[in-house]
Design a binder for this molecule. Sequence first.
Ligand code: NOJ
Length: 766
Amino acid sequence: MTFHNFFLFRRFNLLLFFYFFTSFIADAQNEIDLSIRQRVSDLMSKMTLEEKIGQMNQYNGFWNVTGPSPAEGNAKEKYDHLAKGWVGSMLNVRGAEEVRAVQKVAVEQSRLGIPLIIGFDLIHGYKTISPIPLAESASWDLDAIKNAASLGAKEAAAAGINWTFAPMVDITRDARWGRVMEGAGEDPYLGSQIASARVKGFQGLDLSSPNTVAACAKHFAAYGFAEAGRDYNTVDIGDNTLHNIVLPPFKAATEAGVKTFMNSFNDLNGIPATADKNLQRNILKGDWGFEGFIVSDWGSLKEMIDHGYAENNHHAGSLGLNAGSDMDMESYIYLTELKSLLKEGEVTMAQINDAVRRILTVKFELGLFEDPYKYCDVEREQSVIGSKEMNEGVLDMARKSMVLLKNDKGILPLKKQAQKIALIGPLAADKNSPLGNWRIAAENNSAVSVLEGLQAYKGNVITHEQGVKLVEAIPAFHEEVQINTTDKCGFKAAIKAAKKADVVVMVLGEYGFQSGEGRSRTKLGLPGFQQELLEAVYKVNPNIVLVLMNGRPLVLNWAEAHLPAILETWHLGTQSGNAIAEVLYGDYNPSGKLPMSFPRSVGQLPLYYNYKSTGRPGADGTDAGSVFWSHYGDEKNTPLYPFGYGLSYTTFEYSNIRLSSNTLDLESSITASVTVSNTGKVKGKEVVQMYIKDHFASTTRPVRELKGFELLSIEPGASVDVQFEISKEDLEFYTEKKIWEAEPGAFTVFIGTNSATKRYAAFTLR
Ligand code: NOJ
């Protein structure tokens, strides 16, 4: 046997082994499913009505609050309820010991000893913090995003957590909304890919492993479309937007096997999402066959009274369960109302049983019945939390998440020797803001600052000045610092330092809690005196690299028009300063691309690349010849930086876009190809993006939609051919008939470096 044949033989054997092994696992998995079903039924046959209702009740922990502080429910009462079997889940209890303590009451003191499922907002890392989700999404690197989720799961699971309230898969088009930091941005295709990667990362291949947690797709649905970007506000969108834009990432999460869903605070077209039967029972549990359970958002059952939709708690309980909300987070309504609602015939026993079955199934799948304390090992907690593996993981993700917005005159990368650098800005030495929002378990001030990151490179002299000071803020919600808005006394020293410097690095943006839940804003410029500081420094030294830290797109017109370099770093997490320094010094070549359009003005919002043409589009959106077209009198229609935009320290050229055929029929596929060349001097990564335009359809269609992307690494001087397969699935949408299908007609494919690319080829679907 030649070496080649031997290799083939071995490969064949390996494949055979793999085939039998995977079918064995699949069989075993089915058996597990069957046995879980049986075990759930057995257990339910022993449960009283109170115990069943108890499983549908979730309490917040005794201290750490991620919503309005509840009026009821002191610690003592909660322990009593745990012992009575009236609580199925707790959130915001964390740490192996704390979790063990509550679990012990549930398991050892309640009649049936049903373990609790412990929920937590593991949004971007537990204690070792990864970049905010919007930043991670800017990497367009699905493997890295999945890995970040699985590392977060491992760290949180070591601290007693077995269920995360993530990923947030809400599509968002409005940067005023503070929670854009928590999602994957404006695009349903990218959002779906990322939703799937995150679910798989959190849940892994085996939910019962001690390193994985159950995931939760939230907020179902349309929470990201809050009117005027004001959090919790009304949502009014039609079926076309709901099905084509909002729902796809939720569907992708379902297909990835997500175990739970959370509904949302908003009302959607007149119905609070918590009571939306069509969404929860018809679409999610019906059409999509979702078998997991739905938890309400914090107090969202009770909030239906404020919405003016429920008359009182009693009514809210009935609305929630009838609509398929299985677990009540912090409203105390199911616990108090379900029994009487059942008696009155307002809800049915079948509905209660269905909810309980769903909840218990996830608990069995997590392996909680085998060992309720499997997440409560203090030694494991100590060795996993903050470990080298965690820090290396978040550093890797941080490098990949940055977006180079501008780099003229080759000011970046910075020279490593003999430079005088003035490092200016309130966020330059801040160790708290880079952690961003939603990092409950992180220690305050635990991030590596930009100052520390730059200081690790010894060759240059660095002078640091805040310019605009940070001030102490409300310590609740970890809000240690804010950017001061009253005092400019730091300007003088900053200007002095800038005058003497070869290069000025200015670190400006939003403090860590300026975006996130309840953090909507009407102004999107640099907050406080930062813009004024930037312009004052520019007057004495225009050689400025602007390093931005923020949780949402900002309006950056002045910076774009005047500064030679802008680097978007978002809130990058624990290893922030190290990652930023590597990029500034060229040890890492940035490759991130924007997951949201950056507006020129707040007045353009909502702003997104996949808009509809309108009947008066103007010539290429810039027609100056007439007033009667869809535009503003005082601003362009286009964004400052489009969706998918981002530069590199090298340059890429696209050429030779071609199709394998100009016609596609419903049963086959065609290939779209393009050649991408690295025309610069260093190796670089490029996200090659493919967009498709459907020219004419039974409902109006977006001007283009992302339908594929490929992250490539290319050596300088090299060229790579990239191919995308296009089949009818890529052309499907929610049609006039209210089903997903592709309609024959003319299409255009665009392939390029961002959503504004003009390079195209055309084909027809027959
Ligand atoms: C309210 C938020 O909307 C939700 O995303 C979060 O998971 C819960 N609070 C629990 O903290």
